[in-house]
Design a protein around this ligand. Structure first.
Ligand code: GUN
Length: 302
C-alpha cells in the first residue's frame, strides 16, 4: 500500500485563500485590515529568509505589514521599548519577534513583553495557559502545532478516540500538540502519549499509534517497522543532511531529511507528510490565520 501524501503546500493554498477572503470581507465591512509586524534582530540568513516569507505571504493576503529590522547590537532595553511601541499601536494586531535573538538579549523577557492579545506566535505564558485550558479560552495556538492539527483534520483522519503518540517534548511542538490533541472538541478528543529521549520503549509506543507525530530533530529516528499499518504519520523534522546543486536554479541548496524514513514509511502508513513540503509550509500559514483572528477578536467578531 502506498500512503496518501499530506501535502502542506496544497493545504496552505486552500487556507490562505480562506484568510484572503476573510480579510476582504472585514475590509469591506469595517474598513480595516490585519496588521502584522515582524521584528528581526541582526542578519542571521535563516531568520532573514523566514521573515521574508512571512512578509511576502502577509502582503499577498492584503495585510498591513511592517518589517522592522534592528542591528545585532540593539540593547535589550531598546528592543523592549520597540515591542512596547507596537503593543500600543492600534493598527498592529500581531507582533512577531523572530528567534533566535542575540546572546546579550534575554529571549524570555522579550517574548513576555509582547501583549498576549497580539502574541500571534502563541509563545507568551498567558497563551500557553489559555491553550492548556482549551475550548473558548484559546486565542492563539502556536503556529506549527496548529498547522499539524489542520493537516490531520483536512486529511479526514479520525482523531476522536485515536491513539496519538508524540515523539519529542519541546515547548514549540511536542508539548503544545500533545495538549491540543487531548482537548475536548473537533480535531482532538485523542488518547495522547508523549515519548522522549528518556522513554524506555520508544518502538513499542510508536507501534500503537493511529496518529504518529514526530518532532525529535533526529534524521530517520522512526523506523518503518515502528509504524502501525494505515497510521497517519506527521513528520515535523527538517534536518539538513548535506548540500546539492539545484536543478532549477543551479545554486547550492540543503538536502533535507525528516525524522521518519519516508521512502519505506510511505509503503506502510495510511497517510504521511513529506519533507520538505509537509508541515513546513503550515507554520507561516497559521501565523496568518492567527493574525486575522487577532483582528477579529478586537472587532468582537471572532
Ligand atoms: N524562529 C524559527 N521559527 C520561529 C517561529 O515560529 N517564530 C518565531 N518568532 N521565531 C522563529
Amino acid at each position: 500500500m502506498t500512503a496518501k501524501l499530506i501535502k502542506g503546500t496544497e493545504i496552505r493554498e486552500v487556507i490562505l485563500e480562506e484568510v484572503k477572503s476573510g480579510v476582504e470581507q472585514i475590509k469591506e465591512k469595517h474598513g480595516v485590515v490585519p496588521g502584522l509586524v515582524t521584528i528581526l534582530v541582526g542578519e542571521n540568513p535563516a531568520s532573514i529568509s523566514y521573515v521574508t516569507l512571512k512578509i511576502k505571504t502577509a502582503e499577498r493576503l492584503g495585510f498591513k505589514e511592517i518589517q522592522d529590522s534592528q542591528p545585532e547590537d540593539i540593547s535589550e532595553e531598546d528592543l523592549l521599548a520597540l515591542v512596547d511601541k507596537y503593543n500600543k499601536d492600534d493598527a498592529i494586531n500581531g507582533i512577531l519577534v523572530q528567534l533566535p535573538l542575540p546572546k546579550h538579549i534575554n529571549e524570555k523577557k522579550v517574548l513576555n513583553a509582547i501583549d498576549p492579545d497580539k502574541d500571534v506566535d502563541g509563545f507568551h505564558p498567558v497563551n500557553v495557559g489559555r491553550l492548556m485550558i482549551g475550548g473558548d479560552e484559546v486565542k492563539f495556538p502556536p503556529c506549527t502545532p496548529a498547522g499539524i492539527q489542520e493537516m490531520i483534520v483536512r486529511t479526514g483522519v479520525e482523531t476522536s478516540g485515536a491513539e496519538v503518540v508524540v515523539v519529542g517534548r519541546s515547548n514549540i511542538v511536542g508539548k503544545p500538540i500533545a495538549n491540543m490533541m487531548l482537548q475536548k472538541g473537533p480535531g482532538a478528543n485523542s488518547t495522547v502519549t508523549v515519548v522522549h529521549t528518556r522513554t524506555k520503549d520508544l518502538e513499542g509506543h510508536c507501534k500503537r499509534a493511529d496518529i504518529l507525530i514526530v518532532a525529535a530533530g533526529v534524521p530517520g529516528l522512526v523506523k518503518p517497522e515502528w509504524i502501525k499499518p494505515g497510521a497517519c504519520v506527521i513528520d515535523v523534522g527538517v534536518n539538513r543532511v548535506g548540500e546539492k546543486i539545484s536543478e532549477k536554479t543551479g545554486k547550492k541548496i540543503a538536502i533535507l531529511k525528516g525524522d521518519v524514513d519516508f521512502d519505506e514509511a510511505k509503503e506502510i502508513a495510511g497517510s504521511i507528510t513529506p519533507v520538505p513540503g509537509g508541515v513546513g509550509p503550515m507554520t507561516v500559514t497559521m501565523l496568518m490565520v492567527n493574525t486575522l483572528k487577532s483582528l477579529k477578536f478586537k472587532l468582537g467578531i471572532a
